[in-house]
Write a protein that binds this ligand. Structure first.
Ligand code: AOF
Ligand code: ZN
Length: 352
């Protein structure tokens, strides 16, 4: 018996766009990751992706990579996100497509940014381009889950992360045994640092800073250190605790008023009440932060869970039992669970 698998040709090229876009993971924000492919007569003649905010968009890089520009007038351009129509840090991609008379445009998904939001598609149609929209739409939305959450929900994409023992504790009761043996393996530590490099900010509570004095940086990986967000209600944390690398910002959210912010150490004063998580994400939104990884401790994680303000939870499960200790947080609404690496790492999703 033989089987046929029908895959639309558009899907193959949009898949390639997504693959190209992922090269920008962790370096494009506040811009999305975008990839583009140009096809003529069944052959790819150009490719590009957006590398960094302020630099050319994916379509510009793809068009520039085409050697014989005269082929563009008979080509199809594939792009994982709607081509932009506005003057931002760079000129509109639509205009370049129109200028090169590219007749066909295949788009993964519509740009949620209110400056674009369908106006790119409209402009291309008005100029006679043949448009196809919504190829691998879910995958294209997932690719830019941070960017979509930020623009659609007006808050950052929130990832919770912790490690727990086989019997469900995140730390022993006694301080001397605080070193979490189950996470201290090179694989999980490197992976945690890779994750930090992928998000725009990292958030921890006061106790985590006082107990562990964590650097909250990406030293076991390459890439950018995330902006550090520290909750410090009563002002227990002195500036000695903070990493002084001269460039990474730390935002301290506190109840204390009139604290003077210095260059990389910024104080944000709020009342710590039942609306705390809303206030935190409001502050992050104001700073244009599109994603945050919350790395503890228990109370901080549980506040985000209780308020159902999380999108993803990444949980390392250790091989050892502690028998007693500080109980790991419990997740509420879970829509999907994925096991990664021998059941030691689980990924929980809180969205459809
Ligand atoms: C595209 N292709 O590769 C990207 C797009 O300030 P600018 O000029 O860089 O514009 C940023 C906005 O453009 C960004 O918020 C998003 O709406 C869109 N990003 N559009 O056509 C790309 N990165
Ligand atoms: Zn553009």
């Amino acid at each position: 018996m033989s089987y046929f698998c029908v895959v639309k040709i558009e899907e193959i090229y949009i898949k390639r766009c997504i693959e190209l876009a992922k090269n920008g993971l962790g370096s494009t924000y506040p811009n999305p990751m975008v990839g583009s492919v140009i096809v003529h007569d069944g052959k790819i003649i150009g490719e590009g992706w957006h590398r960094k905010s302020g630099e050319p968009h994916a379509e510009v890089n793809a068009i520039n990579s085409v050697k014989n520009k005269s082929l563009l007038a008979k080509a199809t351009i594939y792009v994982s996100l709607e081509p932009c129509s506005h003057f931002g840090k760079t000129p509109p991609c639509c205009d370049l497509i129109i200028q090169h008379k590219i007749p066909n445009v295949v788009i993964g998904t519509v740009d949620p940014n209110s400056k674009v939001a369908g106006t790119g598609i409209k402009r291309l149609i008005e100029n006679g381009c043949q448009i196809t929209v919504g190829i691998l739409e879910d995958e294209c939305n997932e690719l830019n889950k941070r960017f979509f959450t930020f623009h659609n929900k007006k808050r950052p994409y929130i990832i919770l992360k912790w490690a727990e023992s086989k019997d469900g504790f995140i730390a022993p009761l006694t301080k001397e045994k605080q070193e979490p043996v189950w996470i201290s393996n090179p694989y999980s530590r490197q992976l945690s640092h890779k994750w930090r490099s992928e998000e725009q900010a990292i958030l921890v509570g006061t106790q985590t800073v006082l107990d562990d004095n964590p650097k909250l940086d990406v030293r076991d990986w390459t890439g950018n250190n995330p902006i550090r967000i520290v909750l410090d209600r009563t002002g227990k944390i002195t500036s000695d605790y903070f990493l002084k690398d001269g460039k990474t910002k730390t935002i301290v959210i506190t109840e204390r008023e009139n604290l003077t912010s210095v260059e990389n150490l910024i104080y944000e004063s709020v009342i710590f009440d039942k609306q705390l998580t809303q206030k935190i994400i409001g502050i992050l939104y104001r700073y244009g932060i599109q994603s945050v990884i919350v790395e503890g401790g228990k109370q901080t994680l549980e506040t985000f869970i209780a308020d159902n303000l999380w999108d993803e939870a990444r949980i390392f499960k250790g091989n050892i039992s502690l028998n007693e200790g500080i109980k790991a947080p419990l997740l509420n609404k879970i829509s999907k669970v994925t096991d990664i690496k021998d059941d030691q790492l689980k990924l929980f999703l809180n969205h459809d």
